[in-house]
Design a protein around this ligand. Sequence first.
Ligand SMILES: Nc1ncnc2c1ncn2[C@@H]1O[C@H](COP(=O)(O)OP(=O)(O)O)[C@@H](O)[C@H]1O
Ligand SMILES: [Mg+2]
Length: 246
Amino acid sequence: MNISPSSSEDRPLLHAQKLAKSFNGTPALRDAELSVAAGEIVAVAGPSGSGKSTLLHCLAGILVPDDGFVRYGDREVSRLPDVARSKLRRNEFGFVFQFGGLVAELSIEENIALPLLLAHGGRRRAALHEANVWLERFALDGLARRRPGELSGGEAQRVAVARAMAHRPRVVFADEPTGALDSAAGDIVLTALTEAARTQGTSVVLITHDARVAARADRTVRVEDGRTREDDADMPGSADHRTVRK
Ligand SMILES: Nc1ncnc2c1ncn2[C@@H]1O[C@H](COP(=O)(O)OP(=O)(O)O)[C@@H](O)[C@H]1O
Ligand SMILES: [Mg+2]
């Protein structure tokens, strides 16, 4: 693949094109594309089974697409060898899995400290301290020594977001991070993500079914039947002559 050496400033931080991915011969992504600038918050919406999680996994280098490419900075994520790809993921990305993905054997503070240690090395004590700062920020103080199995769905979801953000990644990918949260808890999560975007230039790609969550993103991309399209429903002048399918 020939990527022209254009100036890096006007290129998106993350860019995916013509992504295709099938599972057992059934396409989940057909022709998906997505660009994310540094500091940009992009919401991904669409019906269940349309390919949103698959898209996020390909973008984050968790899945390798069958076709197309994902570029991060000047690296082609989808073509990196496994070891380089996990290293990139560990250092530059944070991922909130749709179904939590906390390590059951570790305490909550250890779960949050783990990516910090993996990304930056350093001392366990410092990482645990940092983990507790995040717990407080997410209104989860008191849960530090508990295990994931002892938490409510909403608590576990906030821990998963804290874990994805604690090492200050350049990109946070979040698969329905507010799905199990009441609006107050959802607001804490969204505020933390928005603040990271505005103050540290963190890019955020989040899957959501919630129009209020999508409204706080800079733009929304819709996935339908494995294909992406920009949702311009909230652009001035577009609402009058356009039907938005629900
Ligand atoms: N690991 C997998 N193995 C087999 N099929 C999968 C796998 N992951 C996703 N799929 C299928 O791919 C399609 C898209 O799934 P997914 O990306 O999870 O959609 P969404 O997140 O929009 O609900 C679905 O038909 C789903 O069943
Ligand atoms: Mg999904």
